[in-house]
Design a protein around this ligand. Structure first.
Ligand SMILES: [Zn+2]
Length: 396
């Protein structure tokens, strides 16, 4: 098939003097010989030609979109060869639309202006570049990961387990190809805005709550904001994160969630503790320096470590000399325990259960503010390690 003949079918290209051409493929296209003989004139429809030749902004937008889609990274010399150097030099990214920060009252107005699907959460605009929409309505908004400028973006699928298809599959492809996507954000009661370009530097699978309120497995894509879709503009820490990414889905759902084991194998507390402790420790041991990567690990690791400590506590304050309300419960029936690092100096270290402990509010206050806090802290650290070891050995 000749590409321009397909464009003619889409109304994007006009071909003159086509009467009497010998046709083939059931009359859908002319034979190559007939085309060669007639050598017809062809070009853009007149209105399109006028628009592109009279409006440099629109021409740069169209040409920039084509380059980004098909020639990224840009081969050296290409702009000069095709005569676009003057139009596009140094402004491929800034000529693109929508522009960063551009606000919209709703998804329909975005689609009216730039095409694309009106409902899906992860979907391309008309220029084929993937967009991830993030709506702050409800309690499970996408969050910036503390200590970093990265965003943990929940994948596609409102209720039930998420699967690697649809929007999530598109994200996986962008992650593998290290391509930039558009990140759109709508604050609670605010407007939609194209907030930033972003690249995917990691993929995690974690427990979360669906729109129906039930626990489910969901993907969390770690997005690193970048100033433009062109790689040479990305900061070093983003390039480092891309280089470190193993492309695997880091799965934190090896266990059933604490409060719902429906349909999943029910494990003993000992087995669950071991699995959660292993999940929490897996990445902790490899890293000594604080880095963005450490913070990302910690963000996803903390829930496993906390859950492990709660299991180990059996719902009771772990301070052996506790005199407080050690088995008190909340309205929801959850233990009224606070899980914390035993030693505050350990904050820079790992979220691993052997240096964390579950305390009732009273003991937590004694450990933090009591006059005997140093001796208590040392005793609690021993307790945490002993209980951890006993759980791992099965001698608890
Ligand atoms: Zn206590």
């Amino acid at each position: 098939m000749y590409p321009f003949w397909a464009l003619r079918g889409n109304g994007l290209w006009e071909v003159g003097e086509i009467e009497g051409l010998a046709l083939t493929s059931g009359g859908r296209r002319p034979t190559l010989a007939a085309l060669n003989e007639a050598d017809p004139l062809a070009g853009l429809p007149e209105d399109d030609f006028k628009l592109l030749s009279q409006d440099a902004e629109v021409a740069a937008w169209i040409a920039g979109s084509v380059l980004l889609r098909f020639f990224n990274p840009l081969p050296p010399g290409l702009l000069a060869t095709v005569g676009l150097e003057q139009l596009l030099a140094g402004r491929i990214d800034t000529s693109l639309r929508p522009r960063v920060g551009e606000p919209f009252s709703n998804r329909d107005t975005i689609a009216d202006a730039y095409g694309g699907n009106r409902v899906l959460g992860i979907t391309p605009l008309a220029d084929s570049i993937l967009t991830a929409y993030s709506d702050d309505k409800g309690p499970y908004a996408d969050k910036q990961i503390e200590g970093t400028d990265f965003i943990a973006y929940t994948g596609d699928g409102l209720s039930g387990d998420q699967h690697m298809r649809g929007g999530n599959k598109s994200m996986l492809l962008y992650q593998a190809e290290q391509r930039a996507l558009r990140y759109w954000h709508k604050p609670h009661r605010g407007q939609w805005a194209f907030e930033s370009w972003a690249v995917i530097v990691e993929c995690h699978r974690r427990w979360g709550r669906g729109e129906d309120g039930k626990m489910r497995r969901e993907f969390a894509w770690v997005l690193a904001p970048v100033a433009s879709p062109l790689r040479h503009t990305w900061p070093q820490h983003v390039l480092d994160a891309l280089a470190e990414d193993d492309g695997l889905v880091h799965d934190h759902t090896i266990n059933a969630p604490l409060d719902e084991t429906e349909g999943a194998e029910v494990l003993s507390d000992l087995d669950r503790y071991r699995q959660l402790a292993a999940a929490a420790g897996r990445t902790a041991s490899r890293r000594t320096q604080r880095s963005r990567r450490t913070e990302v690990d910690r963000y996803f690791r903390s829930p496993a470590a906390r859950e492990a400590v709660i299991i180990r506590s059996g719902g009771t304050c772990e301070n052996p000399t506790c005199l407080g309300h050690s088995t008190e419960r909340t309205d929801a029936g959850a233990p009224i325990l606070e899980v914390d690092h035993v030693n505050d100096l350990g904050r820079g270290g790992a979220d691993i259960p052997e240096i964390m402990i579950a305390l009732c509010p009273n003991c937590h206050a004694l450990k933090t503010r009591g006059s005997d806090r140093r001796r208590l802290t040392a005793a609690l650290l021993r307790t945490a390690r002993q209980r951890h070891q006993a759980f791992c050995d099965g001698t608890f």
